[in-house]
Design a protein around this ligand. Sequence first.
Ligand SMILES: C[S@@+](CC[C@H](N)C(=O)[O-])C[C@H]1O[C@@H](n2cnc3c(N)ncnc32)[C@H](O)[C@@H]1O
Length: 236
Amino acid sequence: MSSNYTLHNLDCTEFLATLGDNEIDVVVTDPPYGINENNKKVLSRSNLAVAIDYGDFAWDKKRIDTALIREIQRVSKEQVIWGGNFYTDCLPPSSSWAVWDKVNGANDFADCELAWTSHKKAVRKFTYMWNGMIKQKPEKRFHPTQKPLDLMVWVLETYTKPNDLILDPFMGSGTTGVACLMTGRRFIGCEIEPNYFKIAQDRIELESRRPSLFEVEVEQLPLVEQVEYYVGTNTA
Ligand SMILES: C[S@@+](CC[C@H](N)C(=O)[O-])C[C@H]1O[C@@H](n2cnc3c(N)ncnc32)[C@H](O)[C@@H]1O
């Protein structure tokens, strides 16, 4: 890879076939769950605020094939698969599920989401409020099943190492890619749907142009920015 990321607008099946065994350090992904999540269901659940109309989610009508899960396992050393609870018939038992507690309160949305991981760790939990339009931090919504950026940063820091090569074959709006650039991981992403691909491309490119605070010599910053930097660090 010439830069630290590469993006492909295609069916990931084609791309996976080009990879050798274990070429990727970790696949971190959020494939379709096949639960036929559709816009009518989402709109009817959102009684706290006006929900965004994303149109029909044709891609969530069926699960990905078992053969595609096998390909993901072939090309990578480790895997983190959101919605793994919908694929337990084709994934081995794991001691290392990741749990995202969405702090939902009482409504029809799920309290938690689960990721199956191939790691040999204990179950780990990340708590981050994401309840329809109510979120722990403001974050622009580009995709109907978008994951929070903070969640994906936590996943990368918990299950991958700096400079690892990460693949997300179902990148949607590119949240995994943005989190990779924020945490110093190399990224390859695939997305079949051109509109989501363009969104992912724009988000990841924008993040790639953002100077990392860790790369800037603190002495080079004007005095006011230095003060803000230290205040931000102390209160984080
Ligand atoms: C659950 S969404 C991922 C959302 C993502 N986590 C985010 O934060 O935006 C799954 C995505 O996989 C894409 N997809 C479905 N089948 C695909 C395939 N065979 N190859 C590549 N992308 C695919 C869909 O278009 C959809 O955007």
